[in-house]
Design a protein around this ligand. Structure first.
Ligand code: BV8
Ligand code: ZN
Length: 268
């Protein structure tokens, strides 16, 4: 059974639930947030979708027509660095033309609304940082970092000019500063995220298909630790049945509405 917007429905009719209004669906989440100090937001590519950034697995997504193993693994880079850089350069070029959307902006403002708010993101696009999020933990790195494959030297870039960037320090070939499949996550980041998930009172899981591990284990850990876990995603995911509440509405619509509800109650 899945609780959607306060209505318990069998999973089979998940997509048929027509919520009479978004505000009513969000009430249980708003009630939990009003009482909470420790709030965690876990995001994936879907939070950037309304900025015009393609997700990975939706139709028209980044993986459509290609295999992650051919573009997002150390082996792929070793085999054909030129092809991998073409993939990342085209993503950087798209990102230069987009802005954070209202979902990123609400999440950034939540930092000052709750005593202890943290954002853990799988995204590498930098849009949360552009929207002002500071309490941010990046599980999969940053697409705007070039990291030398020889000496490890890192530099932040803001343009897309060099086809195969060379290290400023040793001239070695650079790679994008992201975590590829089969690679460990940056030291300590996941461990910190586990602690935040275990301690959180309320967790918002926004815009992720919950298929990539270990990131996808965080929402379940929070639920098992007693947190109220709300999933904000127009589609069912691998986590939906474990959520305390599912809001089947885009993040760019549901998060501003949630903030409005919380503002009303604080102004009462
Ligand atoms: C690891 C960065 C330990 C780069 C990414 C065999 C060998 C080795 C490892 C494994 C193995 N088998 C499994 C694994 C683990 C593997 C894994 O999980 N594989 C999966 C495919 C099964 N994980 C790893 O390898 C990780 N490392 O395990 O290290 C280790 C090491 C060695 C050996 C053993 C263990 C590293 C994984 C990191 C991969 N890097 N990206 C880059 O960006 O190019 S993955 C990439 O996909 C993202 O970073 C993200 O993490 C992941 C999932 O994507 P999502 O963000 O969820 O996006 P998606 O498109 O899937 O979904 C979007 C969602 O948004 C949808 O649900 C949609 O409905 C929703 N949506 C759309 N619009 C909206 C919306 N929601 C709200 N509002 C909207 N408007
Ligand atoms: Zn170097």
């Amino acid at each position: 059974m899945v609780l959607i917007g306060g209505v318990t429905v069998k999973r089979t009719c998940y997509n048929m639930v027509m919520a009479d209004n978004l505000s009513q669906m969000l009430q249980p989440l708003a009630n939990e947030l009003r009482k909470a100090s420790r709030v965690l937001c876990l995001t994936g590519a879907g939070v950037s979708a309304e900025s015009g950034v393609p997700t990975f697995r939706d139709s028209g997504g980044l993986w459509e027509g290609c295999r992650p193993e051919d573009l997002a693994t150390p082996e792929a880079f070793g085999r054909d660095p030129e092809q991998v850089w073409r993939f990342y350069r085209s993503r950087r070029a798209k990102l230069l033309a987009v802005q954070p959307n209202p979902a990123h902006e609400v999440i950034a403002r939540f930092e000052s609304r709750f005593d202890d708010f943290h954002l853990v993101t799988q995204n590498v696009d930098g849009l949360h940082q552009q929207a002002g999020s500071k309490q941010i933990h990046c599980l999969h790195g940053d697409i705007w970092i070039d990291r030398c494959t020889e000496c490890g030297f890192e530099r932040r870039v803001a343009t897309v000019d060099e086809p195969m960037p060379q290290c400023d320090r040793c001239g070695g070939l650079a790679r994008p500063g992201v975590v590829w499949f089969g690679e460990m996550l940056p030291d300590g980041v996941f461990e910190r995220a586990v602690q935040l998930a275990a301690d959180a009172e309320v967790v918002l899981v926004v815009g992720t298909s919950s298929v990539v591990y270990p990131a996808a284990s965080l929402a379940g850990l929070a639920a098992q630790s007693g947190a109220f876990v709300a999933e904000i995603n127009p589609n069912a995911t691998a986590f939906s049945e474990s959520a305390s509440l599912v809001i089947p509405v885009e993040a760019g619509k549901s998060l501003p509405e949630l903030e409005k509800i919380l503002d009303i109650s604080t102004s009462d």
